[in-house]
Design a protein around this ligand. Structure first.
Ligand SMILES: [Zn+2]
Length: 212
């Protein structure tokens, strides 16, 4: 059981390290390349000639990640254009990729390179009936800088590293005839540490040294 837990800890630490590395890679990349997608989750009729589009958007740009969960109230004739989309922006221009029609277009708008800290901030916003449209949208926006998940996912690998380093040093001490717990010289008392009372491997019956 203990072996399984140890193995699971190692596996989780490795997975966590990969996620942290991914977050760092995205953080660095989004100083140059922005990426986003937009996905309509559901469309339903809200009234005569009116639809509600439940819509999920995610943007990774300028050092941060922003998720936007919205219900957009639109005239129903727009239902045909509510489809998943995916876009990139690069220093050379703005790329827009529509994943349904696999259409890519380049606009003349130049992407402005931002610093890694410029755009990536913590934030949460709930808006209702914004003044920019007369239909009545609701929007939940959550944003965070990408260094944050990078740091969070680094906690488990660091714990793993500290634990294994401690175990490694203990093994080094034991192999040089010192107590694995406190480092006290055990040449005079090989069975039990006189300093901290730890029983050594030499005193346990399974590891008894052959006496000659
Ligand atoms: Zn000791």
């Amino acid at each position: 059981m203990k072996r399984v837990l140890k193995w699971a800890f190692t596996l989780l630490a490795a997975l966590s390290l990969s996620l942290s590395t991914l977050a760092v890679a995205l953080w660095i990349r989004c100083g140059w390349i922005g990426e986003g997608f937009n996905y309509p989750l559901s469309i339903r009729t809200a009234g005569p000639g009116i639809i509600d589009v439940r819509d999920l958007s995610c943007y990774i740009t300028g050092g941060g990640i922003l998720t936007d969960f919205a219900t957009l109230r639109r005239p129903s004739f727009l239902s045909s254009i509510m489809r998943p989309s995916h876009w990139f922006s690069a220093p050379t221009g703005y790329l827009y990729a529509d994943s349904v029609f696999a259409r890519i277009r380049l606009s003349g708008r130049l992407y402005q390179r931002r610093s890694l800290f410029d755009f990536g901030k913590f934030g949460a916003e709930w808006t209702r009936n914004s003044r920019s449209n007369s239909f009545g949208d609701t929007q939940l926006c959550i944003a965070m800088p990408l260094w944050f998940p990078a740091a969070i996912f680094l906690i488990l690998p660091l714990m793993w590293e500290i634990k294994h380093r401690r175990r490694y040093y203990a093994r080094c001490r034991v192999s040089t005839g010192k107590c694995g717990v406190c480092g006290y010289d055990l040449r005079a008392s090989p069975d039990r540490c006189p300093e901290c009372g730890t029983l050594t491997a030499a005193s346990s019956p399974t590891h008894t040294r052959g006496s000659s």
